[in-house]
Design a protein around this ligand. Sequence first.
Ligand code: DQA
Length: 379
Amino acid sequence: MHFLILNGPNLNLLGTREPEVYGDTTLEELMQLCAEWAGVLGHTTTALQSNHEGELIDQLHAARGVVDAIVFNPGALTHTSYALHDAIASIDIPTVEVHISNVKEREEWRAESRIAPVCVHTIYGRGTEGYRDAIAHLHYRAVSPPVSISYGPEPHQVGDLRIPNGEGPHPLAVVVHGGFWRHQWTRDTIEALAVDLTNRGFASWNLEYSRSGLSRCDASDDISLAVATRTLLAHDYPIDIGRTVLIGHSAGAHLALEAAAATPVAKVVSLAGVTNLVRADSEGLGRGATTSFLDGAEPGPHCPTELLPIGVPVLLVHGTDDESVPVSYSDEFERDALARGDSVQYLRLDGVNHSQIIDPNHSSWVKVATLLEESLLSE
Ligand code: DQA
């Protein structure tokens, strides 16, 4: 694939422009990184920047027939330009909107995007690494196109379903991303793993859910609803829901464990999981993320440790070098779950950090995937 990385007004000043908001990476350095990120996935890039709306429109038009996917940061034109909206709508090239800063938590006018409705995804508030995530998302949706399946009426009550080759019925992996329940972290962050599961023979359903920071967060209800309604998938797709594994990363592991305690599944996997909400709340894990997520509610009723026994075989996976969720969360959960009679398997991985655990190319994931294949792939 050939990517266009397009940047709008004032982004030529990256590195010196409000570094407390946009960081100190220059545009040139960032475009070099984009070439490297795309290169790792086997793709090439062209980087362009303009301070002029008309020129950006011309560049979008010129991309037709030349470019397979676009990563676009239109700067402040995001918030005003219907002309850019129409240009993207006209060219039929999948485009991801990217912002370095958290546009939903700055001035009110920045929360509005004119181009979002015609983009395949919007990424913001992840610093310059948002460009890396945009490239990865465009890659994965091209190599393994998902079908979006809603599990409720809200726009975020949706999951990307991928069905493996072969006749089936296939076991189902329900995947729940992490990000401390905060709205800037979405399911693209765990898409590589969902695609890998599908390549291994699992139907994967990568869920979105309500997140905190914008409005009330009902993530627990969302994941429980999705898990309960997964039976509907089996009407239309060759899926054996009797072989459902729920896989959550970080805060998504909390949600997976909570949902598994309510709706039995074949297995639940906690990857670097926030397994104890009472502890996370009291020690301000993730810079107060648990407290924001709870929004005044008591942690106990949502806390996997308090919900023990889960009643479903649990696979705990945690790296000793986890910088976001200390490995002691899984150490303690293993001890408590065994004491309450749950069946627990624990992969405690030396030297592995929080994000390596969801990198399908990392040795830790290969170990997890092999265990899942052994227990769920053969009937
Ligand atoms: C920006 C956010 C816009 O609101 C702002 O006008 C920019 C940069 C970002 O990358 O965070 O120029 O798109």
